[in-house]
Design a protein around this ligand. Structure first.
Ligand code: SF4
Ligand code: SF4
Length: 406
């Protein structure tokens, strides 16, 4: 296994600023606090270990430094970014700096007053998440009673004149409702609908056996999406993000490690991808200690998987490596225990069988008609602490979370 705590000499030599493009997209994960408890949450399962948040002044510094580096798009996310009462201050500064800003929210806390203040501060865009088109499933999957509130918030967002993306994470339970979810987005006047099939990191990885759909469910949902695209035209632009477990080649993850994306976690850790925290031994630089420019161009964490020098076989000699860059490093780690392996979604990977087996298991459990209430592990502080304790036990990371109710 590749030891990520040791700098890779061959990769570090590629760290010269001249060979690396600036970041385009800054994701400011303002907080891990969230009133919802989604079973598929992409936050790290050990988020309770990283709960100290940057101050307002520190976030303002991050925004200025990222803009100076070249970042042009800025997402405010979390957790739930609205739990920070300085959100409006940050949006105002982002607007002054010339960022295009997007608020990624569950809607909880998005009152009329805050919508008005955010509009006045210059917020460009809002992405509102729903868990399903039905109250029952929306509230079950988030372990909260938030469906009605989200409906009201969607109407307020439109009243305030914001462009709105409705986002719904898809999985085994709500894929059969895709037509209703699209109808809901149309009725709400959403300009965009993002139907994002679950990516299996964080809590979603932990609950993978319960969430993974069958290939038939995906095919049917895609056909429904196509039908609506044909009949509704541009009334609402529908994105359908397919989970790569059903493919034979991996996704070009983040468009390349350290290529366009710069995430900053609530505690100031800089992230080359959303799930980088899951890679043990990779020392994530922190904006409290290291200037952002140095983090982007010179840190080992951001240089570790840039280019091709880090690759092992079969990627190293593969004639497709420029297309997919070997896939996702976090998925490679979660499924094989080594982040420098080929993403096992690829059928050239010696570990591809693991992905095949996950899909097979999904079919078996989906047809077994098991009750869904248990044993999904919902994202909350108590479960996070339990998982942290379990993770410090002896179970190998790529086996962790396997068989949870599956
Ligand atoms: S996925 Fe759900 S629990 Fe996680 S941050 Fe978003 S709203 Fe909160
Ligand atoms: S072997 Fe590696 S580079 Fe080649 S297609 Fe598979 S993941 Fe991509």
């Amino acid at each position: 296994m590749t030891d990520l705590s040791q700098p890779a000499a061959d990769v570090q030599s590629q760290a010269a600023p001249t060979g690396v493009a600036p970041p385009l997209w800054l994701l400011a994960e303002l907080t891990y606090r969230c009133p919802l408890h989604c079973a598929f949450c992409y936050n790290p399962v050990d988020y309770t270990d990283h709960s100290r948040e940057l101050s307002t002044e520190q976030w303002l510094g991050v925004l200025r430094d990222a803009r100076a580096l070249g970042a042009a798009q800025l997402g405010f996310s979390g957790g739930e970014p609205l739990v920070r009462d300085d959100l409006e201050v940050l949006v105002e500064e982002a607007r002054r700096l010339g960022f295009y800003t997007n608020l990624i929210t569950s809607g909880v806390g998005l009152t009329d007053k805050r919508l008005g203040d955010l509009k006045a501060a210059g917020l460009d865009h809002i992405q509102l998440s729903f868990q399903d088109s039905t109250q029952e499933l929306n509230d079950f999957l988030s372990s909260t009673r938030t469906f009605d509130l989200k409906q009201r918030v969607a109407a307020s967002i439109k009243r305030h004149g914001f462009p709105m993306v409705l986002n719904c994470v898809l999985h085994r339970y709500n894929l059969p409702h895709v037509d209703k979810i699209i109808e809901m987005a149309l009725a709400m006047g959403a300009e965009y609908l993002e139907l994002a099939n679950t990516q299996y990191y964080g809590w979603a990885h932990h609950n993978q056996a319960q969430l993974m759909p069958t290939p038939e469910q995906l095919e049917e949902a895609e056909a429904v999406v196509e039908r609506y695209r044909r009949t509704q035209g541009d009334r609402c632009k529908i994105f359908f993000v397919v989970p790569d477990y059903f493919e034979r080649r991996p996704k070009r993850c983040m468009n390349g490690w350290g290529a366009v994306f710069l995430g900053v976690a609530p505690d100031g850790a800089a992230l080359p991808c959303h799930a980088a925290r899951s890679l043990p031994g990779l020392v994530l630089p922190n904006v409290k200690e290291t200037p952002l420019r140095e983090i982007w161009y010179e840190s080992d964490a951001f240089n570790r998987f840039r280019g091709f020098g880090w690759m092992k076989e079969p990627c190293r000699s593969c004639d497709e490596k420029e297309r997919d860059l070997g896939g996702c490093r976090c998925q490679a780690y979660l499924l094989t225990g080594d982040a420098a392996n080929a993403d096992p979604v690829c059928d050239k990977s010696p570990s591809h069988e693991k992905v095949v087996n996950v899909v097979k298991l999904a079919r078996e459990t989906a047809t077994a008609n098991e009750p869904r209430e248990q044993p999904i592990v919902f994202r909350n502080d108590a479960n996070s602490r339990k998982l942290v304790a379990a993770c410090s036990s002896d179970e190998p990371p790529h086996e962790r979370g396997r068989g949870q109710g599956g």
